[in-house]
Design a protein around this ligand. Structure first.
Ligand code: ZN
Ligand code: ZN
Length: 224
């Protein structure tokens, strides 16, 4: 059986003790792609065509601006800018205006890094399900995962059929991890909120997890 992506980063991510392992895989994937689009892809004709077509979203543009190769990014912005400029035409009529507005909304939000990250993440979601079925010690590691976010829980669930005969076991494990993760947030948020209660202000010192409870809850509840 062959996996669609290397499994070593998956093993490593599931061993982390304080973050959602899938968010960590996504972070590392985005970082690698940002490095690629800031460096070798700048002069690669195929990559330039893809960048012209899709551009970069607001969040990834900010990261490209801060990425240490502003000239390389400016070159890509120039060709993307020309691509958009050349696609514009004077519009007559309300129906055509609506259609053009919708096309430009897609242009303004499309992103080569978001699109390629999603493709790679889909391979991770499939591979994790396959590993649950095939790797002897992986189910235990998955069950003990420190954390899981709602977005990744939903995506893992959507790909859970790849665990084949063990799919229901896999879904049960995912359910255990997400409920434990959200219960932990509930407890940490309760401790955090207590600090604002003047009657409890002198209560015991907060742990680092309790101090970070709002930030951690945002990461678990929202797709950043
Ligand atoms: Zn996550
Ligand atoms: Zn993006």
């Amino acid at each position: 059986m062959t996996y669609k992506i290397h499994t070593a980063p998956i093993w490593d991510a599931f061993k982390l003790t304080d973050v959602c392992p899938i968010c960590e895989l996504r972070r590392a994937t985005e970082e690698r792609l940002l490095g690629q689009y800031l460096n070798e892809s700048v002069m690669e004709p195929d990559a330039r065509v893809r960048v012209n077509r899709q551009g970069f979203c607001g969040s990834h543009s900010q990261k490209m601006l801060a990425g240490g190769n502003i000239c390389g990014f400016a070159l890509q912005l120039q060709t993307r800018n020309r691509h958009i400029r050349e696609s514009l035409k004077l519009i007559e009529g309300a129906k055509r205006a609506q259609k053009e507005a919708s096309r430009l909304q897609d242009e303004a939000t499309s992103c080569i890094i978001c699109a390629e990250t999603e493709q790679i993440m889909a391979r991770y979601y499939q591979t994790i399900a396959l590993m649950f079925k095939n790797e002897k010690t992986f189910p235990e590691l998955a069950r003990d995962a420190a954390c899981l976010c709602v977005n990744d829980y939903s995506r893992l669930l959507a790909h859970s059929a790849h665990a084949g005969s063990r799919a229901d076991d896999y879904r049960k494990t995912l359910y255990l991890v997400i409920t434990r993760s959200l219960s932990q947030s509930d407890a940490d948020l309760a401790a955090f909120i207590d600090r604002f209660d003047y009657q409890k202000k002198d209560a015991s010192v907060m742990t680092p997890e309790q101090k970070a409870a709002p930030v951690s809850a945002v990461r678990k509840l929202t797709r950043l």
